[in-house]
Write a protein that binds this ligand. Structure first.
Ligand code: SF4
Length: 330
């Protein structure tokens, strides 16, 4: 890592397998860009995944596929650290220590806990309650200065800051760093249903690694302006998710053309979608080429993750030595 960068960024992502356009526009693009200015630590949080994932047979494959997507998208492993959470076990030790300065009521009051408890009433496990403590442990173990978070994650980061203050106060130390929020505008990318956020579990997603033909098929299934029933009806691009994606993937001239022609029925939805699919495919072509090339040697991806874990471990060991000393553990 260079010393000329502005600080250290940490971000964790659950191993959800092949990534989709929503992941790409909401997080991965930002991860790639942050590398220019910050030392970046990107962690695939497999332990966090265990709080909700009961069937783990896909965990390894999902981890691999996600890492492959991150690397193909432009995460630079020589510069940034990319690794798997459970490969650096110090995080669980710090999690235990931080749990001693965390009031239980604070955890059970968090909206995210309540939501998860509603979603999986049969599996409200101890780890689920402690999820934010493990997240705090991740962030402070690697002495992150900044954490990129969307507005919905802001309470979790504030929670981490409180935990750090409690720890430093109780043990009269300053070994743990209070991370700052790097507020990022996370665009809400809707799925092909045009209703809900793009998500694999809702099967309304478009995978980055899909073939051009598969991408076109998914785009052709997209829900458009529901009031436009016939080709001759004028449409309203402002309520159409196809248009939202044109704004991301098409040229300004094409966006302006769709904006005008849709409103006067000068373009049909089929042609409009074909144009979008072409532009998405053109945008993703370099990514897909890199992904194919990287995927030829799966062991290389695991090696990158293991080297990353080694680099992360060096930071973690140092932090834990300081933490143990601050507490006075014998
Ligand atoms: S022409 Fe395009 S922007 Fe207009 S409703 Fe159809 S798909 Fe949507």
């Amino acid at each position: 890592m260079t010393t000329t960068k502005k600080g250290r960024v940490f971000s964790g992502a659950r191993p959800t397998g092949r990534q989709h356009l929503g992941n790409y526009l909401g997080a991965i693009q930002n991860y790639v860009a942050l590398q220019d200015d910050y030392d970046c630590v990107y962690c695939i949080v497999d332990l966090h995944a265990l709080t909700t994932v009961e069937d783990t047979h896909n965990l390894r494959e999902n981890t691999y596929e996600m890492a492959l997507d991150f690397l193909a998208a432009g995460i630079r492993p020589d510069e940034s650290i990319i690794f798997i959470q459970s490969h650096v076990p110090q995080v669980t030790e710090l999690h235990t220590i931080l749990s001693m300065v965390t009031p239980l009521g604070k955890l059970t009051d968090l909206p995210t806990f309540k939501e998860k408890a509603r979603e999986q009433p049969h599996n409200i496990n101890y780890g689920l309650v402690g999820y934010p403590v493990l997240m705090a442990a991740d962030i402070v173990l690697y002495k992150a200065d900044l954490v990129p978070v969307g507005i919905d994650q802001a309470p979790h980061l504030e929670f981490t800051r409180e935990v750090v203050r409690s720890f430093n106060y109780r043990y009269n130390t300053n070994v743990l760093i209070e991370p700052q929020m790097k507020s990022t505008e996370v665009p809400k990318v809707l799925g092909i249903d045009g209703q809900q956020k793009m998500s694999k579990s809702l099967n309304n997603h478009i995978e980055l690694a899909a073939t051009p033909v598969e991408t076109q098929q998914r785009v052709m299934q997209m829900v458009t302006d529901p009031a436009r029933l016939r080709r001759s009806d004028p449409g309203n691009p402002d309520v159409c998710n196809v248009f939202s994606l044109h704004k991301v993937f098409s040229t300004p001239e094409q966006v302006a053309m769709v904006d005008v022609e849709c409103r006067r029925a000068g373009i049909g939805c089929v042609d409009c979608k074909k144009l979008l699919a072409e532009n998405i495919n053109a945008h993703l072509e370099p990514f897909r080429e890199r992904r194919t090339a990287l995927g030829k040697n799966p062991q290389d991806i695991w090696d990158i993750l293991h080297v990353g874990a080694g680099r992360a471990s060096r930071i973690a060991v140092q932090t834990m030595a300081e933490v143990r000393q601050a507490i006075g553990l014998p």
